[in-house]
Design a protein around this ligand. Structure first.
Ligand code: ADP
Length: 606
């Protein structure tokens, strides 16, 4: 083992000495460098031997001269610039040298034949492919010419002087040639091993790259498919949005047209009382329609922005259903239709934990649609409790209206869809109500669907998980609020409101059932008024007021008066106002624009 290592070390050092960067060189280049080096050494050695054994001057001169030329080729072989161009000259140099050696070294009697084979092999290995025929033919010609010449003119070659010379030539010559061949074979084998190792390495790298490429190709394909889907979705959404915008423009312009047009007509001096009433009604309806659109837009934007939260609280389902029933009854009956409520919930089952506002919004949407899309017959609102676990409450709103074609039934819950697929010249709407309802139902953990037949009517169903509230359930039951003015006219009401128009509106709404109204224009004035009049029954508290806002004023009032009913009224409908108002100490909340019926229904509670 040790010897092998030392041998290898010597070889490594030797390689380092004659080759610059062994591993970076091509195999033929290595052989070329080695051969020029060995030729130089050999020729020098030959010269020394010749001198010592006393051969003639010309032979000495030639071998010395050639050793110098050999050295020059050694330098050229190491130069990456000249080595390629120096190979053929070196080959001819070797051939010419060989002719001398043949003549001086006793022709076929000497070790020349071995030398010729060695030279041929080496030259063949190092020259470029295109020169190999030349090398082959040159050696064939050389061998033939020299052999034939020697045969016919034997005196042309210089024989050995004595046996000693013959022996030295044979022994040393062949010895050196064998070492030549050994080294060259060594380089070739080493080259092949190296090449093989490189090939294996390259192969495994290629394989790795191949796998990586296959992997990224797969990912690219996946991304491509995803992009395609995203593109289709974007296009679809773009199309829907454009249709939505067109529809929205129509939806806003139509009521605006009504409001502005009839407001103008109202100015006419010779209008009869009933004409005036009719115009005012149209203006009011158009305003409500605008407000519905704005509310829907705000709701859908909140949903899309992920800002809609589920606010759980105790909610009396009976109360909600009855409230909606009472609210829509006049409108439905006004259309000559019947509104029915089928509620199978017992009193002690009716109070559950859910998001009251969302249930209200969903039911309102469904009933509004039922009213909108029916002209005769009846509308039925209902609710029943499931009998299998997990228990669910199922609500339904059934109408005998125009119905929905089968092919669009699954599309109507997608936002903006109405504008795109349903040609409904006569009916108004932004196509958002059902998609808002669907989002709300899903937020609450339920599902929504429709069963409908064209021309016969539709039934919309939705479910929510049933989480009953055991305690206090009975207390939460309210009586059916009738939208009639309260008999009690002795209420003392404080209107805290900085906007004059809103103040006039409120005064007008409450004037008929309240004989003592106080006014405050700032939060601070409201607090002072409450201090000075502890007998105030209800405060209608605007939230945005100068000096002190409605929340702060409420908190202040609550410090000295816990019993006064405070109803917040605000135009912000964007963020959990109801919860904020209740947290500040208000008893309830009403959104602007104030709906007269809603406000009266609220008063009924207290
Ligand atoms: P909008 O009512 O504002 O158009 P919705 O999202 O509430 O938007 O409803 C989407 C579509 O579903 C409506 O345009 C209508 O074609 C259809 N639709 C909803 N409810 C009913 C119903 N009760 N009867 C018939 N069609 C309905």
């Amino acid at each position: 083992m040790g010897k092998v290592i030392i041998g290898n070390k010597i070889k490594d050092e030797f390689y380092k000495l004659i080759f610059d960067k062994y591993d970076d060189l091509s195999m033929s280049r290595k052989i070329y460098i080695l051969i020029t080096f060995l030729a130089t050494i050999l020729l020098l050695f030959e010269s020394v031997i010749n001198v010592s054994i006393g051969v003639n001057f010309w032979m000495n001169f030639v071998s010395f001269f050639y050793s110098l030329v050999g050295f020059m080729f050694f330098l050229l072989s190491r130069s990456s610039k000249y080595y390629q161009r120096s190979i053929l000259p070196f080959f001819y140099f070797s051939v010419s040298l060989y002719i001398f050696v043949w003549i001086l070294n006793a022709g076929s009697q000497g070790s020349n034949v071995t030398l010729m084979i060695t030279l041929f092999l080496i030259s063949y290995a190092i020259v470029q492919q295109k020169h190999r025929v030349v090398v082959f033919l040159t050696f064939l010609a050389l061998f033939s010419i020299l052999t034939i010449t020697e045969f016919y003119y034997p005196k042309i070659t210089i024989p050995f002087d004595n046996n000693e010379q013959h022996f030295v030539d044979h022994f040393m010559g062949n010895f050196f040639y064998f070492i030549f061949i050994y080294l060259i074979i060594n380089i070739i084998i080493k080259g092949y091993i190296l090449e093989n190792e490189k090939a294996v390495l390259i192969n495994s790298e290629l394989q790795k790259k191949n796998e990586e490429i296959a992997d990224s190709l797969m990912k690219l394909n996946e991304a491509d498919a995803e992009l395609r889907i995203a593109k289709e979705r974007a296009e679809e959404s773009d199309r829907l949005k454009s249709a939505f915008l067109a529809n929205m423009s129509h939806e806003i312009r139509t009521p605006m047209n009504g409001i502005l047009g009839f407001a103008d007509l109202l100015k006419e001096p010779d209008l009869t009382g009933s004409e005036q009433n009719e115009y005012i009604n149209i203006i009011k309806k158009s305003g409500i329609r605008m407000l519905n659109i704005i509310n829907d837009l705000i709701d859908i934007s909140k949903i899309e922005a992920g800002q809609t939260e589920v606010v759980l609280s105790e909610c009396n389902i009976n109360e909600q259903l009855e409230y909606i029933y009472t609210f829509f009854k006049p409108e439905v009956e006004g259309k000559g239709m019947l509104l029915q409520l089928h509620n199978s919930l017992q009193l002690n089952e009716a109070v559950i934990e859910t998001d009251r506002e969302k249930i209200y919004a969903i039911l309102t949407n469904l009933v509004k649609n039922a009213v909108k899309y029916s002209d005769n017959g009846s509308i039925e609102i209902g609710c029943f409790l499931g009998i299998v676990e997990p228990f669910e409450l199922t609500f339904y709103v059934k109408d005998t209206g125009i119905g929905i074609p089968k092919n669009i039934q699954n599309m109507i819950f997608t936002r903006f869809v109405q504008a795109d697929v349903i040609d409904k010249k006569a009916l108004q709407g932004a196509g958002l109500g059902l998609s808002i309802s669907k989002s709300y139902v899903e937020m609450l953990g339920g599902k929504i669907w429709v069963e409908s037949e064209e021309g016969k009517g539709s039934t919309f169903y939705f479910t929510i998980p049933y989480h009953p509230v055991e305690e206090g359930g009975m207390q939460m039951i309210y009586s059916i609020p009738n939208i009639v003015l309260p008999k009690n006219k002795n209420l003392k009401i404080l209107i805290a409101e900085d906007d004059a128009t809103s103040e006039i509106l409120l005064s007008e709404i409450i004037r008929k059932f309240c004989n003592d109204v106080l006014y405050a224009k700032t939060g601070l004035e409201a607090v002072v008024a409450c201090r000075m009049h502890p007998d105030i029954d209800i405060v209608l508290m605007d939230i945005q007021m100068p000096e002190m806002n409605g929340y702060e004023a409420t908190r202040e009032i609550r410090n000295f008066n816990k019993s006064v009913v405070i109803i917040a009224q605000t135009a912000y409908v964007l963020s959990g106002d109801r919860e904020k108002a209740i947290a500040a100490g208000c008893d309830d909340y009403i959104a602007k624009p104030i709906n007269r019926q809603k406000l009266i229904a609220l008063f009924q509670r207290f």
